[in-house]
Design a protein around this ligand. Sequence first.
Ligand SMILES: CC(C)(COP(=O)(O)OP(=O)(O)OC[C@H]1O[C@@H](n2cnc3c(N)ncnc32)[C@H](O)[C@@H]1OP(=O)(O)O)[C@@H](O)C(=O)NCCC(=O)NCCS
Length: 171
Amino acid sequence: MINYVTVMKRSDQKACVNIQKRTFPRLQTYTDFASEVSKVNSLYLVAHLEKCSGLTPNQNAVTNDLCECKTSSKNVTGFIGSWSASDEIQIIEFMVHPKFRGFGIGRLLLTSLIDKADSLKSKLITLEVRESNKNALSLYKKFGFKISGVRKNYYSNRTEDAILMNLELNS
Ligand SMILES: CC(C)(COP(=O)(O)OP(=O)(O)OC[C@H]1O[C@@H](n2cnc3c(N)ncnc32)[C@H](O)[C@@H]1OP(=O)(O)O)[C@@H](O)C(=O)NCCC(=O)NCCS
């Protein structure tokens, strides 16, 4: 499966909100990606499927879903969003369409963000992740992120800690 990464465009809004809805069906508000990408300090990247024909179970998806169309933003398979401040980059949100998890797209997006951070001469990438999110924790550890702290009972149900992680860059 060939994926490639680009900077997010305003036209990727619907596809990215669709991925958010599928990932967090009970969320009541979704990110305004179109406004997010226009901020000077934001760095949002999307992964696109170069050719999805034959790979999606629902070939007739009507709106905002993955389809056969090669040029459309409908072929967005995941995204990673971050803000930069001084020489740090903070990962704000990061998700892959549930149908396309486990194919290396998360790795591709994270690699691309780290490359961008390097080219911006950033020194540190920071993030927070739910203690129960073993898949994400495993991914971050494989990339060399280290645990830098814990925020107790951080999430809205007040029963789960946020794990804070950092990746130091060499630039
Ligand atoms: C976390 C997430 C972005 C990973 O995306 P992905 O495309 O599925 O990840 P990849 O296929 O690139 O896998 C990379 C690594 O993640 C970990 N991982 C991903 N899926 C996993 C699974 N089902 N079980 C265990 N580890 C898993 C593994 O360490 C894997 O490395 P490996 O391929 O060497 O085993 C994706 O699971 C997702 O969207 N989750 C929901 C949103 C979320 O939790 N985002 C992170 C918020 S901090």
